[in-house]
Design a binder for this molecule. Structure first.
Ligand code: PLP
Length: 466
């Protein structure tokens, strides 16, 4: 490409991306299309001859990119949304343009040092010791796999390992355990209490039963922000049990971990520093574009033991002590420069802005809880925890059964989906259908939350009147 053509394409792409961000609040948080429609638009052979780059770009922004849940929309409250900072987006562009492969010190010394710097920030936020280490991953799922590999090695690679987590844990953690060789029936989903926190007595019983049956308890995976309710498992009690039993404690803080940058979040996550490993997702509550997750282990050698391999083709990359090859800590050799987006956005805005943005999510979730407590149409199912709050339409005094309420709330969800700008998802909580708000977008305002709650009330009243 000529210099002029390269610049024209990049300028046009940047213009379109900024225009999208500007128009986002006025649009719906979701758009999508059925397969038939998209096949008509997009299923084709690769062209033999190229087309003008602007024409290709037009198709991308008209036909492909809009067909998504706009996870960065200020009214996107479904699943665990994510709203990246602009410097983070630009960092991904630069990392691609410089074609960085953050595999080894030889190949990427500057990027490796930036990754170590960012990991050191995370270490300090979570209260981990200097001896800890880790790496940036594609996300929380990959962090779980790497963590369980370290746990398996620490347990002496047992033939019949067992892993424990609450029935509220994200399903990716059970999948991660299976990937490292834990049989499905040896993944114990421990019941939770009324607050959706792992029941310690049930856990202790399961561990004892498994030992008696000849299994080796290999790891306990705790929630620091369960995906359904934001619940935080009893981290100190879990750390005590793990120490007494010699079991690896992994904390899945993919969604909730960055609450630690605020004073309140730090208190809520008390005890997280006692874990053997912690999974975090900067592409959630640290406002980064996909994909960037993180695994920290308390003792950095716990990853290099199982993952570092020597290969003749890579023999020149060994620089010795203090010059880690980050590929020695996880499953990828070629790795994108994920640290740059975190580094650039924090350098640009400063930590005070990040603290405010995380605190904003927690405050809005608490305000939503207060609103629901006052509402005559909505019932609070779980109080706000970190940035999540769960509710359902259940007018006080109506005396409706759970089955009927599930139907009404399903209808409310459908109306929100089709008729409102907001995007909300549901969860089942002890068998009851719940509408769930996850409020972690730095640009979400109280009006965004309030108007969504009002829409729930309105649609609920319509569904009940029908
Ligand atoms: C608590 C928790 N753990 C793990 C994951 C999976 O992380 P990822 O999608 O980054 O692999 C999620 C995703 O929402 C999550 O909320």
């Amino acid at each position: 490409m000529s210099r002029e053509a390269m610049l024209a394409l990049a300028e046009k792409a940047a213009e379109l991306a900024v225009a999208r961000i500007e128009s986002l609040p006025g649009e719906s948080a979701w758009d999508g299309e059925f397969k038939e429609g998209l096949e008509r638009l997009l299923l084709e052979s690769p062209p033999e001859e190229g087309r003008p780059a602007e024409e290709v770009l037009r198709r991308v922004v008209d036909d492909i990119l809009p067909m998504t849940t706009r996870l960065d929309h200020p009214r996107c409250f479904g699943f665990v949304p994510s709203a990246p900072t602009w410097p983070g987006v630009v960092a991904d562009f630069l990392a691609s343009a410089w074609n960085v492969n953050a595999c080894t010190w030889l190949v990427a010394s500057g990027p490796s040092q930036v990754e170590l710097t960012v990991l050191d920030w995370f270490r300090q936020w979570l209260g981990y010791p200097k001896s800890s280490g880790g790496l940036l991953t594609s996300g929380g799922s990959a962090a779980g796999v790497d963590a369980f590999v370290a746990a398996r090695e620490a347990a002496g690679n047992p033939e019949r390992p067992a892993v424990y987590m609450s029935d509220q844990s994200h399903s990716v953690q059970a999948r991660a355990a299976m990937i490292v060789g834990v049989r499905r029936e040896a993944i114990r989903l421990i019941p939770t209490d009324g607050d959706f926190r792992l029941d310690m007595a049930a856990l202790a019983r399961a561990v004892a039963e498994d030992r008696a049956a000849g299994l080796v308890p290999m790891a306990i995976c705790a929630n620091a922000g369960a995906p359904s309710t934001g619940a935080i498992d009893p981290l100190h009690a879990l750390a005590d049990l793990c120490r007494a039993e010699g079991i690896w404690l992994h904390v899945d803080a993919a969604y909730g971990g960055f609450a630690a940058v605020t004073e309140k979040g730090g208190e809520l996550l008390g005890g997280i520093d006692r874990a053997d490993s912690i999974g975090l997702d900067p592409h959630k509550w640290l406002f980064q574009p996909y994909e960037v997750g993180c695994l920290l282990v308390k003792d950095s050698r716990a990853l290099e033991g199982p993952f570092a391999m020597s290969a003749t083709v890579l023999q020149d990359t060994v620089w010795g002590a203090n010059h880690p090859n980050l590929d020695d800590r996880g499953l990828q050799l070629s790795r994108s420069f994920r640290a740059l987006k975190i580094w650039m956005s924090i350098q640009t805005f400063g930590m005070s802005a990040f603290r405010r943005a995380v605190a904003n999510g927690m405050e809005l979730a608490k305000r939503a809880e207060d609103y629901v407590r006052e509402s005559r149409t909505l019932e609070l199912l779980t109080p706000s925890s970190l940035g999540i709050v769960c509710m359902r339409v259940n007018p006080s005094g109506a005396g409706l059964e759970d089955g009927k309420l599930d139907d009404v709330n399903r209808e409310v969800l459908a109306r929100l989906f089709w008729d409102d700008r907001a995007f909300v998802s549901s969860v089942s909580l002890h068998g009851r259908l719940s509408l769930r708000l996850c409020i972690i977008n730095h640009s979400t305002t109280w009006d965004d939350v309030r108007e969504t709650l009002e829409a729930m009330e309105r649609f609920g009243e319509d569904a009940l009147a029908a």
